[in-house]
Design a protein around this ligand. Sequence first.
Ligand code: ZN
Length: 141
Amino acid sequence: MGMYYCRKCAVEIGEISDEFPIPDNLIGTEYKLEKFVKHNFPTEFEEIHSIFKEPNLRKYSQYIVNTSASGCLEIDDHGRKNLIFVAGETTGYTLVNGEIFRPDDAVRLVFYKDTNKIHAFPTSGSVIPKLCSRCGCPIVF
Ligand SMILES: [Zn+2]
């Protein structure tokens, strides 16, 4: 079970700031391009694999901008920091062994501080608890 923080707390603990800009080119490194293809136009599937409903770079870029601007902070069990944005629409699907397991309604932005590795994929907003781990306020979207 990870920890989840509202925007205000994420800013206060220094995990969201202007120091982490979104790069202009979201497929500008081999790593980022590979992740874009993996979650938009996959040619092979991992055991658990999420794909965007509307696979294209424009929508992908929109989701990254929106998640960066409005997402809450997740610190997962491995200490990785991600931003999650519940989109209010079906963002994509999570597949297990190549079959649709669930529709997703959120976007997880990972490596959001690393301009060379930043990327996003669909996830379920149901992973997020209702209250901030730090201040106890509702995590509002
Ligand atoms: Zn908080």
